[in-house]
Design a protein around this ligand. Structure first.
Ligand code: ADE
Length: 233
């Protein structure tokens, strides 16, 4: 059998994992389609107090994770060559569905979770991780970002989601947000399901859904809409 997709997470809070990834779709796939390993950065501290951070040279608030400690932790990762080394940081390039698909296609990811003000720049210079952000807001650490990235990857792994068709149809597949969905009852709270959806006419349904996806995208995400229009030309 094929080796499962693997993620190694370096963190000061390994107890946070798998957390929500142990539930639902990703939880069912854990140990089958994917494996998770955590490494406690603190285990690689050299002093008896297990110090991992220090104040920032030049002054200012907050603590910085030491380069030497994190470097030793990275030395302990056995399969670093199986895929990208990623540092979760609000300073990184924004995560997209295309990046997710690429990460999911590689055998192994190594994720570095920062805390405090960040990590010593010299570690980044030496190891050159891909810096990735999950959005323009600041979390208290990289752990939730790592979980977001992993969840998005796991659900596109082969065999994780019921049907590949639902993956192909969903948001972002062709740069549009998803069209609205309805289920039973057909009439609820004075609202009826749009007639076309119960018509059984597949081509009309496809056209209606595409028009809805375009309308929603144009209204909510002018940035995505502009890219879509440009690509269609
Ligand atoms: N760590 C703190 N904030 C973050 C963000 N927005 N994305 C990824 N990692 C982070």
């Amino acid at each position: 059998m094929k080796k499962p997709w693997k993620v190694t997470v370096l963190t000061l809070f390994p107890e946070m994992f798998p957390g929500p990834l142990g539930q639902s779709i990703s939880g069912k796939a854990l140990g089958h389609q994917w494996d998770l390993e955590t490494i406690q950065i603190r285990d690689f501290a050299g002093d008896k107090h297990k110090t991992v951070d220090d104040t920032s040279f030049g002054g200012g608030p907050g603590m910085v994770i030491r380069a030497d400690v994190l470097d030793k932790a990275l030395d302990s990762v056995t399969d670093l060559s199986g895929g990208p080394l990623i540092y979760l940081t609000p300073r990184g390039c924004p995560l997209t569905q295309n990046m997710v698909k690429e990460f999911a296609s590689m055998p192994h990811l190594t994720l570095i979770c920062g805390r405090y003000e960040g990590i010593d720049e010299r570690l980044l210079q030496k190891r050159k991780p891909l810096e990735v952000s999950i959005g323009d807001y600041v979390l208290s650490g990289g752990e939730l970002g790592a979980m977001v990235l992993m969840d998005a990857c796991v659900r596109v792994l082969p065999g994780v989601m019921g049907s590949d068709a639902s993956l192909e149809e969903e948001s972002f597949q062709d740069g549009l947000l998803e069209y609205p969905h309805y289920t039973r009852p057909q009439s609820w709270d004075g609202q009826d399901v749009p007639e076309v959806l119960t018509s059984g006419h597949h081509e009309k349904i496809r056209v209606w859904r595409r028009a809805q996806a375009e309308k929603i995208t144009a209204e909510r995400r002018p940035d995505l809409w502009a890219k879509y229009v440009e690509k269609k030309k």
